[in-house]
Design a binder for this molecule. Structure first.
Ligand code: BJW
Ligand code: ZN
Length: 251
């Protein structure tokens, strides 16, 4: 049996499906993956160094400017057939949970009900001092590529507003991590889509599913450290493979 047909059969027979996504699912919408995130004038920076509490402390305008530029970029693109296929899996499977590492909102906009955001969101900024959620005015125009921006001040304590994302060295939101662990450990099938599988503890989610007896199906054009734990590896882009998978599982 070829990989697509085997994956479709596993999916169609599953009672509980977990879908675990990374930046690759949004790539075909025009959102660069995390490791490709620094394009244009941001090219001279290193994403892994900018996504840290230390970088925000040292240079808040630089970090805030980068995140505002990304927030604007995400707002100007649309979900792709990969995101829509994930929503279709939720609609067809008896029980399904979508767990994403992405900080964009493309799963929601494709119709996924309540994706679990392990690494926070570009759209939920909060105070860096008192943690009060902040509302932001819509950007007046497209922030210039590579432009620094001063973060707004918190209405409660005057502290700097920071992006509501999880940086390196920070704890993941407890409820989200618990929901992800529950979904993975209780799944019959876990689909891992468009993630390099390098960032922990998120990368433990598909591994936990495999240890708990789930069949892991991976969709990624490139090999990853998750290849050995996957029952089926679909080596291709999400926007092509996922609609094919859905069509084969529920013809
Ligand atoms: C396609 C495609 C197409 C392309 N279709 N696919 C254990 C071992 C070693 C280290 C650690 C460990 N545990 C913890 C650590 C440290 C650290 C870590 O993991 N470091 C590693 C780099 C080694 N982890 C942490 O610091 C975490 N915190 C923590 O552990 O806290 C401990 C603590 C506990 C209690 C109190 C206090 C502290 C936090 C990690 C947070 C990660 N945050 C980021 C940034 C979010 C904000 C932002 O976006 O700026 O999240 S990092 C970044 O990586 C982002 C992503 O969600 C995450 C994962 O990346 P992803 O999605 O896999 O993207 P890429 O770019 O890596 O890969 C894209 C993939 O798509 C590729 O495979 C392509 O082939 C593929 N692709 N086109 C399908 N069309
Ligand atoms: Zn505050």
């Amino acid at each position: 049996m070829d990989g697509l047909r085997e994956a479709a059969k596993l999916l169609a027979q599953a009672q509980r499906v977990a879908v675990f996504t990374g930046a690759g699912i949004s790539a075909e919408s025009g959102v660069p993956t995390f490791r490709d995130a620094l394009t244009g004038l941001w090219e001279r920076f290193d994403a892994q160094s900018l996504a840290t509490p230390q970088a925000f402390q040292d240079d808040p305008d630089l970090v805030w400017g980068w995140y505002e530029w990304r927030r604007h970029r995400v707002s100007s693109v649309r979900p792709n057939p990969g995101h829509h296929a994930v929503a279709a899996i939720e609609a067809h499977a008896p029980q399904a949970t979508v767990v994403t590492q992405n900080v964009d909102d493309l799963h929601e906009r494709a119709g996924s009900a309540q994706p679990v955001h392990l690494h926070g969101s570009l759209f939920a900024p909060r105070c860096s001092v008192c943690a009060e959620p902040a509302t932001l005015p819509a950007p007046a125009g497209e922030p210039e590529d590579g432009r620094r921006l001063t973060p707004p001040a918190c209405a409660t304590c005057g502290g700097l507003i920071r992006p509501g994302v999880v940086w390196f060295g920070e704890a993941l939101p407890e409820a989200a991590l618990e929901a992800a662990v529950r979904a993975a450990a209780g799944s019959d099938v876990l689909l891992t889509i468009g993630t390099s599988g390098l960032v922990y503890p998120a990368a433990e989610i598909p591994r936990l599913a495999a240890r708990s007896g789930a069949a892991v199906i991976q969709v990624n054009p490139q090999p990853t450290p998750l290849d050995p734990i996957a029952r089926v590896n679909l080596h291709g882009p999400a926007a092509r493979c996922l609609p094919e998978l859905v069509a084969a599982a529920w013809p």
